[in-house]
Design a protein around this ligand. Structure first.
Ligand code: ZN
Length: 301
C-alpha cells in the first residue's frame, strides 16, 4: 500500500496512491497559515488513517475542510476519519447519492479490507461554484457534471495552474461515464481546456500529468460515441459492440473493460436519454466481467 505526497506549488500537494485502478484513488492537500483543506478521502479505513497522519504531519493540524470531488466511495468512504474536525463540502447531488448508496460499493469487492467505515455525509453543499481561501491559497470549486457522475466537482487553483480533476480525468486509465454522461463528459473536457494557464493535473486516479490528459480523454470519448452510434445502427447490444470494437490507441489505457459500461451510457444517450439519468449499474458490472473473460474486476484497495 504505497502512497506519496508530492508538492506541486507552495502549500499545494498531490497525495498519490499508485498504481491507481479500481478504487485506488488520489487525494489533494492544500495548506496555508492557520488552515488546511483536503480533497477526497480514499476508500478504506486504513488508507484514510494513513492520509490523516500525512495531512497532520504536513499541515501541522487536521484539515478543517474536506472537499469530495464526487460521491463514489473510493473518494468519500474515508470522510468519517476527518468529519469530526472538518466541514465536508460536496455538490448537492453528491450528498444525495452518498445517502442513497451508503457503503454498497463494498459488495462489488467483498474481499477488500474496507475496515469499519461509516458514511459521513457532506455538511455543506453547493450547485455551481464555491471559493475556498486557505491562508493565501485561493481555490475554486467548480461543478462540471454530469460527467463521470451526476455531481462532479473540480478544484482549480488559478494562481498556480493546478487542477484537481476528480474522476472526470484519469491519467493512463480508461474514462468511466456509466454513472454520469458521455456528452456531459465531453462538455466538461471542453470547459477544462479553457482554464487559463492550466499546466498540472491531479486526476482521481493515476500519476500527476499535464493538459495532454484532456486530449486522450476527449479522443476516447469521441471514439466511444462513434462505437455506440455504429452499434445501435447495427443492432448490437453493448457487450457485443464492445467485443467487436478495436481499442486501437486506447488499448494502452488501464481498465479497458470500462468500454462495456461506457457503452451502456453512450447507447442511452444515442437513443435520446437526458444527461445523467439513472441507469442500473449491476448489469454493466456483470458485462465488464464477461468482457474480461469472466475474471473479476481487479481492485487493489
Ligand atoms: Zn469515481
Amino acid at each position: 500500500m504505497d502512497s506519496e505526497l508530492r508538492p506541486l506549488a507552495p502549500g499545494v500537494y498531490a497525495y498519490l496512491q499508485p498504481p491507481g485502478g479500481w478504487c485506488v484513488s488520489n487525494a489533494g492537500l492544500l495548506t496555508g497559515a492557520g488552515s488546511a483543506a483536503l480533497i477526497d478521502t480514499t476508500a478504506t479505513e486504513s488508507r484514510a488513517r494513513r492520509l490523516y497522519d500525512t495531512a497532520v504531519a504536513t499541515a501541522g493540524r487536521s484539515p478543517g475542510i474536506v472537499v469530495n470531488t464526487h460521491h463514489h466511495g473510493d473518494h468519500t468512504f474515508g470522510n468519517f476519519v476527518f468529519a469530526g474536525e472538518a466541514t465536508v463540502i460536496a455538490h448537492e447531488a453528491a450528498r444525495t447519492e452518498m445517502a442513497d448508496k451508503g457503503t454498497g460499493l463494498r459488495r462489488v469487492w467483498p474481499d477488500v479490507g474496507w475496515g469499519e467505515i461509516s458514511v459521513a455525509l457532506p455538511d455543506l453543499t453547493f450547485t455551481e461554484r464555491l471559493s475556498l481561501h486557505i491562508g493565501d491559497l485561493h481555490a475554486e470549486l467548480r461543478y462540471v457534471g454530469p460527467a463521470h457522475t451526476s455531481n462532479d466537482v473540480v478544484v482549480w487553483l488559478p494562481e498556480h495552474g493546478v487542477l484537481f480533476a476528480g474522476d472526470v480525468l484519469m491519467a493512463g486509465a480508461t474514462p468511466f461515464v456509466l454513472m454520469g454522461s458521455l456528452s456531459g463528459s465531453l462538455q466538461a473536457v471542453a470547459a477544462l481546456r479553457r482554464l487559463p494557464g492550466l499546466h498540472t493535473v491531479v486526476c482521481g486516479h493515476g500519476p500527476v500529468c499535464g493538459p495532454e490528459v484532456l486530449d486522450v480523454t476527449e479522443g476516447y470519448l469521441t471514439w466511444l460515441a462513434a462505437v455506440a452510434a455504429d452499434g445501435v445502427r447495427r443492432g448490437w447490444n453493448p457487450l457485443e459492440a464492445a467485443r467487436r470494437a478495436d481499442l486501437g490507441e486506447f488499448a494502452t489505457l488501464t481498465e479497458p473493460e470500462r468500454l462495456v459500461a461506457n457503452l451502456h451510457r453512450a447507447y442511452a444517450e444515442e437513443r435520446g436519454a437526458p444527461r445523467g439519468i439513472h441507469l442500473p449499474s449491476a448489469p454493466a458490472f456483470d458485462e465488464m466481467v464477461a468482457y474480461n473473460g469472466g475474471r473479476p474486476l481487479t481492485c487493489r484497495a
